[in-house]
Design a protein around this ligand. Structure first.
Ligand code: SAH
Length: 285
């Protein structure tokens, strides 16, 4: 039913080509053609008069567009809130209105449809290449895609639980036992201003030699565009008691950082200098 308009409609819904869909505000140039919606009528030969049936289709496409705009606006507002709050504040925010979590994830899923590759799928593959007996904690699991796609025991953690298997809490303070997990995953979820507390919690629940896997939006680690220096970030994680095993910058959209927990914590009590991680603000299209 949407044929013939899909291209324009898609762009009209606020999504551009993937390379540009997820960039911090300060780093993207904003070009916009706002005239598109005027031309939504299906193309009908040389006549400028639209065919009879197109007026209702025009108005529904206009309404669709307005709804998408509104949803996009809500999504960006919630997204910004999550990047500029502590985990505790974010938990309170969603507790007051859990519907905001649904709005956020509708927008998030929409954004993800424009990514050529999802980091969570790479992590799923990484896990599938290893023993399924490894116990996993997915910090900021979203729709728990990770747990649904591997045989491992996965503790899925997020601010709101849409599924009985998801533990609802602020991930700086989980109910997981210390040294109980083999792999801690943060897939696009280091959102809070106190992200170091999230990583400290992962350190606590990980067994010695356990893995810490971090996937983050690339622009957040692009020092040329106001992002953090990945080496500084990595150094801070290592000072907490990890060794850096692999840094993968090959993907256009995200970086993947793999760490292993040391057998012994080396620098307890030492003040760690964490670089600021810029919010990833989604542009209005
Ligand atoms: N990891 C999933 C979802 C990423 S979206 C994926 O790759 O698809 C980021 C998720 O992190 C959101 O669901 C958000 O609610 C969650 N999140 C952000 N801060 C959090 C916190 N302090 N505690 C728990 N979850 C958090």
């Amino acid at each position: 039913m949407k044929e013939g308009k899909s291209r324009k409609r898609k762009r009209g819904r606020g999504q551009q080509k993937p390379q540009e869909s997820l960039q911090p505000k300060h780093s993207t140039k904003h070009k916009k053609n706002t005239q598109q919606h005027k031309n939504h009528a299906p193309q009908s030969s040389a006549s400028s008069k639209p065919p009879k049936s197109s007026s209702s289709s025009n108005s529904s496409s206009f309404l669709d567009k307005m709804r998408a705009r509104l949803a996009g606006g809500h999504f960006r507002m919630i997204n910004e809130k999550l990047y500029t709050s502590t985990g505790k504040e974010a938990l309170e925010y969603f507790k007051e209105d859990p519907e905001l979590f649904n709005m956020y994830h509708t927008g998030y899923q929409e954004q993800m449809t424009h990514w050529p590759e999802l980091p969570v799928n790479i992590i799923i593959k990484w896990l599938k290449d290893r023993s399924s007996s490894l116990i996993v904690a997915d910090f900021g699991c979203g729709d728990a895609r990770l747990a649904k796609n591997v045989k491992n025991k996965v503790f899925s953690i997020d601010l709101v639980s849409k599924d009985p298997s998801v533990i609802a809490c602020d991930m700086s303070n989980t109910p997981l036992d210390s040294s109980s997990v083999d792999v801690a995953v943060f897939c696009l979820s280091l959102m809070g201003t106190n992200y170091a507390n999230f990583l400290q919690e992962a350190y606590r629940v990980l067994k010695p030699s356990g893995w810490l896997l971090i996937a983050e939006v690339k622009s957040r680690f692009d020092p040329n565009n106001g992002g953090a220096d990945p080496n500084k970030f990595s150094k801070a994680v290592c000072e907490m008691g990890f060794t850096s095993e692999l840094k993968d910058f090959s993907n256009k959209m995200f970086v993947l950082l793999y760490f292993k927990k040391k057998e012994k914590q080396s620098s307890k009590g030492k003040e760690i200098e964490w670089p600021e991680l810029k919010p990833c603000i989604y542009k209005r299209r």
